[in-house]
Design a binder for this molecule. Sequence first.
Ligand SMILES: Nc1nc2c(ncn2[C@@H]2O[C@H](COP(=O)(O)OP(=O)(O)OP(=O)(O)O)[C@@H](O)[C@H]2O)c(=O)[nH]1
Length: 379
Amino acid sequence: MKELLTSRPGLLITVIGVGGCGCNTINMLHENNLSSMVNLIAVNTDLAVLNHSTVESKILIGQNLTNGYGAGADPAIGLKAAEESEEVLKAAIEDSDIVIITAGFGGGTGTGASPFIAKLARDLDINCLAVVTLPFGSESKMRMDYATAGIELIKEPAQAYITLSNDLLLKGLGENIGLFSAFKQSNDVLNNLLTALVQMLTQTGHMNVDINDFARILSFEGESVLGVGKAETEEDAFAALEQALNNPLVSAENIDSAQGIIIHICCKKDDIKLSTYDGLVNNVRKKLKHDSALIVAGVSLDPELTTELTILIIASGISTKALPNQKSPTALNELGESYVGDDLSFISDHEHLEFLTNSPSFTDIPAIVRKLQRLNQSI
Ligand SMILES: Nc1nc2c(ncn2[C@@H]2O[C@H](COP(=O)(O)OP(=O)(O)OP(=O)(O)O)[C@@H](O)[C@H]2O)c(=O)[nH]1
């Protein structure tokens, strides 16, 4: 079990979005007014993406290495960029009590830099949680392999990690959904999850879930999943619980095997019935097969809530089948691909990079190539 850290009054939470997907998420949280509760930071190797970001704190990493043109879908570059900017990254997080890293894994910056940032947080004794998306299977096997390798690297320094599978989202939404609509849906889920998480950690509740409860639940070995449900009225609370437990983006098939679970209910008014509260907690308890599973329940009040109730579920210690298409790092090495050991290093694979630059898939085209293509078109 990982060590618990002591919480302080006036908790400072930093949510750091790394790479394109991470910066999109940070922008959404900013639009959701989360800046008043937490420190939001956008980190990227791609200057154009940072220039579009609406948040105040932006960090361009690896400026000497990439000239602000992105990591070229290569996690080795993402890692080197983060190493180059170690001091500024450290300064950005050092006063935080909790660092939440969010990124889309499978590209260069998010996959390469996030494990390094998690390691910086660990070295500074800061609780660190990573919430990362896995690429669509159709985006290329290499992206999934990079993502899997990135997860192996971030597992150790982070207190906990939560993976949101874009493929699972697709299953829930149907095959015919457009790519951008699917990303938007995925971003909405990310946004809801992170908002509810921050609300839980920052608001003093009638029954508080504090950072130690949080760290304790997330310290169980195994996969962690997180889901949010919203209810317009108290009568809809049980449907909201099901919504939280059946979130399409988290692989919650085996939630019954969880060893620890947080159920946090955030209410707009302070008149939630005891029977509703009891019923919700009992329904969660009934889903768990381990009698000894630890359940932490919390209730807090937020008059600003847009719905009557929000229910956040965090389950951990889930014994699960591997992540979708997950391969061990050894398998990746046998394939001669991009991952090495546990010392936070990716081997830059320039043949793959060359292949990518000729690839017709837009999401695989590095920022620098997109920029050159745009320049050529405008000549
Ligand atoms: N859910 C969601 N996933 C995204 C979004 N943008 C990208 N992704 C996913 O995240 C993966 C990485 O993409 P980016 O975040 O753009 O990559 P990056 O980390 O900036 O890396 P480079 O562009 O190579 O520097 C992609 O393969 C997609 O699966 C988004 O807005 N929402």
